[in-house]
Design a protein around this ligand. Structure first.
Ligand code: SF4
Length: 375
């Protein structure tokens, strides 16, 4: 297939749906976690849940880069932005994430210089254009976006940029997956592996899931036919008694990933043990910091950063949403005190957040209507 229409072909989607219906007759209920928030949005945008039999239950995973940022790191970014002569540059979604002292957008309204950029290289260009200011890039994202930050750090070194730094919040996909797999009473039978992350790290990196935890993985792309095919592949594995890593996204993902991107990350960043995940806590070796040879461009070495850990609001259940323990509509403030316009938690902010997906595509309304009276 070459064109996007082909990945949305209703006839192909119906055939895959029929195959899944036939396969579950042998397998029974299968709980499938789609790791990536991009998959969650594709599933609900295209109404794929309606093409699946009731035996397939979709569980949403931790793969939304904005959702996993804790309130304390937002406050750290605000502290940097409020430093005299500093411009904090970041992605648009990140500006709306609530911290203990409000969001970056609110800090901007109070007078801090916070600007939206589309890439770390844009932030470096901003530093070049405004030599009298120090531009700090608030870097977030999984292995997918870390290579762009790595290349920007290399570029900053080549240029000898004196007024640029990176506040590094890049996270890694394996530690949260292990944390989920080690949760007592885990009720996930199989995983749809993230497509974008896998284009960097490769599909082989998930082999620990079938080997150590006995769950199959299929790495998937993002179109409706892709996702239905990935689910069919998972159910077929179960029906045939297999448990392995398969790759549906062969047009982009290689078993060993992208060696040049991995090399750029390894040269500029290293694993850290102290990173807190929103609603999950500190996970060892789950994030990246800037390496010593690039210390000149490391905001955590250049600025005094509060580094405070801040409890999520009591009503916020983002941690449980991110680890697949509850569905977004089970959070008591979903759609009332927490909406995309006034988010209380991160999962409602991001274009990849599960709560935002449910809210945007009206799934919660239907679920609530289906729930028994008094539930
Ligand atoms: Fe978090 Fe809001 Fe979702 Fe509740 S509804 S889990 S507070 S994002």
């Amino acid at each position: 297939m070459r064109f996007v229409d082909e990945y949305r072909d209703p006839a192909v989607a119906r055939a895959l749906s029929a195959e899944i219906h036939a396969l579950v007759a042998d397998t029974g209920t299968v709980r499938i976690m789609e790791v990536c928030g991009g998959h969650t949005h594709a599933i609900y945008r295209h109404g794929l849940e309606d093409l699946l039999p009731p035996e397939i239950e979709l569980v949403h995973g931790p793969g939304c880069p904005v959702c996993v940022i804790p309130m304390g790191r937002v406050d750290d970014a605000i502290a940097i932005a409020e430093t005299g002569g500093v411009t904090l540059a970041t992605f648009g979604d990140m500006m709306r994430v609530p911290g203990g002292r409000g969001s970056l957008l609110e800090a901007k309204a109070r007078g801090a210089d916070v600007r939206m950029v589309y890439s770390p290289l844009d932030a470096l260009a901003l530093a070049r254009r405004e030599p009298d200011r120090h531009v700090c890039f608030f870097a977030i994202g999984f292995e997918t976006t870390a290579p762009a930050t790595a290349i920007t750090l290399r570029r900053a070194r080549e240029e000898g940029a004196a007024n640029f730094s990176v506040f590094c919040n890049h996270v890694l996909i394996e530690p949260p997956l292990r944390a989920i797999l080690e949760t007592p009473g885990l009720r996930v039978d199989a995983f749809v592996g993230p497509g974008h992350v896998s284009s960097v790290i490769g599909s082989d990196r998930y082999s620990f899931i079938p080997e150590e935890y006995g769950r199959p993985v299929v790495v998937s792309a993002f179109e409706p036919v892709d996702l239905l095919q990935a689910i069919a592949m998972l159910v077929r594995q179960r029906a045939e008694g297999r448990c392995e890593v398969e790759n549906q996204y062969t047009r982009v993902v290689r078993p060993d990933g992208n060696p040049r991107a991995l090399e750029a990350i390894a040269e500029t960043m290293e694993e850290r043990d102290d990173f807190e995940w929103r609603g999950v806590g500190v996970l060892p070796r789950s994030a990246l910091r800037v390496r010593e040879p690039f210390a000149r461009w490391d905001a955590e070495r250049l600025f005094t950063i509060p580094g405070a850990r801040i409890e999520d609001p009591k009503a916020c259940r983002c941690g449980e949403v991110l680890t697949g323990q509850i569905k977004p509509w089970e959070c008591g403030v979903f759609g009332t005190a927490c909406t995309p316009e006034q988010p209380l938690g991160t999962c409602m902010v991001s274009s990849e957040g599960a709560c935002a997906a449910y809210f945007s595509y009206g799934r919660a309304r239907r679920r609530r209507e289906e729930a028994p009276v008094g539930a």
